[in-house]
Ligand binder design. Sequence first.
Ligand SMILES: [Zn+2]
Length: 56
Amino acid sequence: MPIFEDFPTCFACRSIDLEIVHNDDFGPMTACTQCGYSWIATFKDFTSEITITKAS
Ligand SMILES: [Zn+2]
């Protein structure tokens, strides 16, 4: 069995400084606070203790 990390990391820079941002078009997005890369949030992201931000 492969061992998965307990928390998501940035696909681009591998930072763990992530936040959830709600996007009106794409829904919840995980955004990296280090490099700005963002992607559609997965269930795994939601289970992590990372900040959820409601974009205005
Ligand atoms: Zn990043």
